[in-house]
Design a protein around this ligand. Sequence first.
Ligand code: DGL
Length: 259
Amino acid sequence: MSNQPIGIFDSGIGGTSIFKEIHALLPNENCIYLADSKNAPYGNKSKEEIIQLSIKNTELLLKKECKLIVVACNTATTNAISYLRAHYQVPFIGIEPAIKPAALNTKTNVVGILATQGTLSSQLFHKTSDLYASGIEIIEKIGEGIVPLIENGKLESQEMKSLLKGYIEPMLQANIDYLVLGCTHYPYLIPLLEDLLPKHVKIIDSGLAVAKQTKAVLDNNKLLNTSSNKSSIKFFSNGELSVLNSILSNAFDTNYLNF
Ligand code: DGL
């Protein structure tokens, strides 16, 4: 079973930021990535819709015999992972905004978070914030419009720059010293954000933590791939492949699949 693939899904191409962390830490592991770009963004959908889409993605990955599934989407994790864990046997790894390290390290006691509406309104996000960030002011901004621009290959457009500026300015006025990226599409914005933010504001995302957790869970379940064969990495998307290919620097095998 250990040479079966890790399954990874996201509402689109953003979860490739998580795939890259996993592949760097676990280069031996075979991986199958599903980009549900046809249904992106998930961020404005109802909890019920997000659960249904997460079920569809999970079933497809299970058909492809995945041994573990990474929900590489904050919106799907915060709305659907408890349903998935209750209904399927395979281990699930989720991703949540890194509020805890930001709250532990802030000096100004003000932390910014950029995430989707679905994540910010979820019970899981509120639970995590109450647990780790009581006494810290959290400036929440919904990153409305960001995911569609990334999905359409407009990562570095003027439109993107003005959107980001509008989200970041009120956070800076409130004196944040940490900006938490609560959506797996957003790590691709780090170069633009670094241009907009003063040096003392640190950006954090949860990618490396997810990769480490994936490794730990595989290890605990004796599922780490011990084969020394070159790993097989496959990407499936029901959207435009050119944007996926460019975000992957054309380094992997990508396929269109109608799902
Ligand atoms: N990449 C996703 C996340 O982490 C989903 C964004 C969206 O589809 O709205 O939340």
